[in-house]
Design a protein around this ligand. Structure first.
Ligand code: AMP
Ligand code: MG
Length: 341
């Protein structure tokens, strides 16, 4: 086929995104990546409110993406959709739109696992073929490698994801929302005011992590500040403790697997402090490091379109009536024929 165009739909959580990729003679280009993000006025994400946001913005985002790419829906060769993991009501908005586009316009439908898409877009941007993957977002924290046609998890959080830890702490202490301003998380803005490191629970179990004790303890210390301590010190200590835990498990996995590439993906990959720590760690072991740029680190439609293209090229289509959403679809459950190693 001389030119293949795949449209990807993302709606697992706060973001409604539509991306479009074009494949010509083995070359892939991202030709649109439009999104609209639901931002709660207070508190965390309310799944039904986020879903309502997606319903109200989906057709606008879709239109914008087609205009940006300069294509019509009839030019699209396949529709890809993120079917999980994520929040049920949000997932169903993207799935309904994708099923409609697929059946009404007669386009093949490609199911995409959201976590796989975060990894694949990072590999594509940096031309990595076999990285140690560190995936940190609002809903996930894990270390993985590819092996025998799947991503295999080497370590993961036993309770809270890293993004959720940062969001919950800043929300409970009145520092957020908004959680991120100009690419900087509220925890970083607060940590800049800190100067003292306060020991907090550091919980690494083998290659797994636990953040709940750290959160509880840091919140208590923030409520009962001691003489000579400021909230900035708690922010700094919480961030350093959490990031250092992640670097420890990533380093252990890197040394054990001997990988030569380290890839940071997911929303928290936009964090410069974390990225710097991981890049130092990787260079100490002779590995090349890349952290995903913010446009592709957070949830986006381009990563779904790109992963959908890989699926399409390998014949991974699904009938619209069988395109079920899967709220707990783990990355290590997905067979991926394009993976080597
Ligand atoms: P995702 O679920 O992949 O869209 O990622 C969203 C998560 O990334 C949320 O928990 C955000 O707070 C977090 N996040 C976004 N930007 C940053 C940043 N600069 N530093 C730390 N966390 C961030
Ligand atoms: Mg995500």
């Amino acid at each position: 086929m001389p030119r293949i165009i795949v449209l990807g739909i993302e709606s697992t959580s706060h973001t409604f995104g539509v991306g479009i990729v074009e494949y010509v003679d083995g070359d892939v280009r991202i030709i649109a990546n439009e999104k609209d993000v639901y931002r709660p006025v207070k508190g965390g994400i309310h799944p039904r409110e986020a879903a309502l946001h997606h319903v109200n913005t989906s057709y606008i985002v879709l239109r914008r993406a087609l205009d940006r790419a300069g294509v019509s829906i009839r030019d699209v060769n396949a529709v890809a959709v993120s079917l999980g993991p994520g929040l049920g009501p949000c997932l169903r908005v993207g799935a309904s739109l994708a099923r409609f586009l697929s059946s009404y316009y007669g386009k093949p439908l490609i199911p995409v696992n959201h976590a796989v898409a975060h990894v694949e877009i990072g590999k594509f941007l940096y031309k990595f073929d076999d990285p140690l993957v560190i995936y940190v977002s609002g809903g996930n924290t894990l270390i993985a490698i590819q092996r025998r046609g799947r991503y295999r998890i080497l370590g993961e959080t036993l309770d809270l994801p890293l993004g959720n830890l940062l969001d919950t702490f800043t929300r409970e202490t009145g520092l957020a929302p908004p959680y991120v301003v100009d690419g900087k998380h509220a925890i970083d803005m607060c940590a800049e005011k800190g100067s003292k490191f306060i020991p907090l629970p550091y919980t690494v179990k083998g290659s797994d992590l636990s953040f709940s004790g750290l959160l509880t303890h840091a919140l208590r210390r923030a409520r009962e500040l001691r003489e000579g301590e400021g909230l900035g010190d708690i922010c700094l200590s919480l961030r350093e403790t959490a990031f250092n835990m992640l670097v420890e498990v990533a380093e252990r996995s890197l040394v054990l697997t001997g990988k030569k590439q380290v890839l940071l993906v997911g929303g928290v990959a936009a964090n410069k402090v974390l990225s710097r720590k991981l890049s130092v760690m990787a260079s100490m072991h002779g590995a090349v490091y890349a952290g995903t740029p913010p446009e592709y680190a957070g949830d986006n439609g381009a990563m779904i379109a790109y992963t959908g293209l890989l699926g399409f090229l390998h014949g991974l289509t699904v009938e619209p009536e069988k395109a079920y959403v899967r709220q707990r679809w783990r990355i290590d459950e997905v067979d991926l024929p394009w993976l080597r190693g």
